[in-house]
Design a protein around this ligand. Structure first.
Ligand code: IMP
Length: 176
């Protein structure tokens, strides 16, 4: 079986690009001319973040947080491990957490609580994808969502399965 036999396009490249541009405009409108500290959650958000910060425009600082919650499989372990912390304090800054996908909500909830105590001026969140079917944390805060998707394991545009498929320019459902 060829690897492409496992992949079915869910969101194509054009739809992704259009939605990310709209999200960027919406986020910039929300913040007005205020500078934003964009905090990308590695590794999954790196491609989304690169496109999103350009769509946001204006003054944007870029920071990264390394997080590991899956260990190569398609199911969450429920354990959030910080593999790389921020390099600079965020006190007094308008911060925007950038995630690739919110599934159980454990990661976003953990990161929100972890950063909130560092005293940002504001703390908002954006996720390219929202998979509400598996939510374990009710009321997890996502201020801006790209697409709400069904309960399927997806790859591409930064999202991986065992570190592969991140470089696909579209989002695809992976079926083993
Ligand atoms: P949560 O903590 O269960 O909300 O999961 C968040 C993290 O799990 C995301 O940042 C992804 O890295 C990973 N994840 C969840 N669902 C998927 C998926 O369908 N494909 C790839 N990674 C996923």
């Amino acid at each position: 079986m060829n690897r492409s036999d496992h992949l079915k396009v869910l969101i194509d490249e054009q739809a992704l690009q259009e939605r990310v541009k709209t999200l960027g405009r919406q986020i910039r409108e929300d913040y007005g001319e205020e500078p934003i500290t964009a905090i990308g959650v590695l590794k999954g958000s790196f491609i989304f973040m690169a496109d999103l910060v350009r769509a946001i425009g204006g003054d944007v600082k870029v920071e990264f947080l390394g997080v590991s919650s899956y260990h190569g499989g398609t199911r969450s372990t429920g354990v959030v491990r910080i593999t790389q912390d921020l390099r600079h304090p965020i006190e007094g800054q308008h911060c925007l957490i950038i995630e690739d996908i919110v599934d159980t909500g454990l990661t976003m909830d953990y990161l929100h609580r972890m950063l909130d105590v560092r005293g940002p001026k504001s703390l908002k969140t954006v996720s390219l994808l929202d998979k509400p079917a598996n939510r374990e944390i009710e009321g997890v805060d996502i201020d801006f969502v790209g697409f709400t998707i069904p309960d399927e394991f997806v790859v591409g545009y930064g999202l991986d399965l065992g570190e592969l498929f991140r470089n696909l320019p579209y989002i695809a459902v992976y079926t083993p």
